[in-house]
Unconditional design. Structure first.
Length: 351
């Protein structure tokens, strides 16, 4: 469990649990001159992120103030850098990552302050359960301490983070209690008919796969040795007429497909590593690829068939579509609430 991913179901798109990290190192920069927030809002009432203006260098100690309450820059750093390192946001969009993180933390701060004003409190038993769930799976104190350090937290910081999240969740539950977000079949069908592209499956393909792994931290000689072995297998298939499936069973080191003669399940674009996907969708049925490399090793592919995309019938998507639209309505209610809090608050930003 990552602490910067603490969230409550459908609130994930709005409220992100940036770690309030008392043990994290704060940036060394001095506080910048504040700018009162007067940002343009998008169609969802959320601030448009400024990607053009560079971040201050060095970063200030405080990223923003909400009605006089400091938002430490370290919280923004933890959330933004986590997304950049995981690949969730491209490294080239560092400015966006930081300012997006700041806006999410501001939304969270607004909700938390409102909860305190209304006397909303987190459920003590739920807090203990959440703490126990975070602690579970760490075999000893050393492992637990290492985990907390990796999140920029200590135990007190974790409990503070959990209390904030559960307090916000309690406030949102009060906000939504008794409100009708039900979506009728007629409303779902109207959305379905107005957005046909959203319900197309897209083309699928079937393929067989041979993979040979490269050792960790290999020498150039080891890399070339593996590449040569895969090239030899390809020659045996293309020039020698040997069966791809049999050679996959004999040589492939992909545990998920080798036993099936390298047969992969049908897949769409976006479901496989990018290099493998690009090769697969460039082939014609029956064609064997050239040798190519991914992070998993060297590969060969043989395309089986292309299955044309189709529009899924309404009956097959009705229930998940209704749930999605109801979720979107609840999320919009929270976004509108935050937008109103934002209008009433004095928000100073330094990033």
């Amino acid at each position: 469990m990552r602490i910067d991913a603490l969230r409550a179901g459908w609130l994930a798109a709005l409220i992100v649990g940036a770690a309030l990290a008392p043990t994290a190192c704060a940036p060394a920069g001095e506080e910048a001159t504040p700018a009162l927030e007067q940002q343009a809002l998008d169609e969802n009432g959320l601030p448009v992120i400024d990607e053009q203006t560079p971040l201050p260098d060095p970063l200030p100690r405080v990223a923003a103030r909400v009605d006089g309450q400091d938002v430490p820059t370290r919280n923004v750093v933890i959330l933004a850098e986590g997304r950049l390192k995981s690949g969730q946001i491209q490294l080239s969009r560092r400015v966006y990552a930081y300012r997006q993180a700041l806006q999410e933390i501001l939304a969270r701060e607004l909700l938390f302050q409102e909860a305190l004003r209304k006397g909303v409190e987190a459920d003590a038993r739920a807090l203990e359960q959440a703490y126990d769930e975070a602690r579970a799976g760490h075999r000893d104190d050393a492992s637990w301490e290492e985990f907390l350090k990796g999140q920029g937290l200590d135990e007190e910081g974790l409990r503070t983070e959990l209390r904030i999240q559960h307090t916000i969740n309690a406030l949102v539950a009060q906000l939504l209690q008794g409100r009708d977000f039900d979506v009728s079949d007629e409303e779902a069908r109207a959305f379905y008919e107005a957005n046909p592209a959203m319900f197309q499956t897209g083309e699928q393909i079937s393929a067989r796969h041979i993979q040979l792994r490269v050792p960790e931290e290999p020498s150039p000689e080891q890399v070339e040795e593996v590449r040569a072995r895969v090239k030899e297998i390809r020659t045996r298939i293309v020039e020698g007429g040997e069966d791809f499936a049999e050679l996959a069973k004999e040589h492939s080191e992909d545990p998920g497909s080798a036993g099936r003669g390298g047969q992969l399940q049908l897949f769409f674009r976006g479901q496989m590593p990018k290099p493998l996907e690009e090769v697969a969708f460039s082939l014609e049925p029956g064609q064997v690829s050239e040798v190519f490399r991914t992070d998993f090793g060297f590969h060969l592919l043989k395309l089986g068939e292309r299955v044309p995309g189709e529009t899924r019938p309404f009956e097959t998507v009705r229930e998940p579509l209704r749930e999605r639209l109801e979720q979107r309505a609840r999320q919009k209610a929270v976004q509108d609430f935050v937008a109103e809090l934002r209008r009433k608050a004095r928000i100073e930003t330094f990033l």
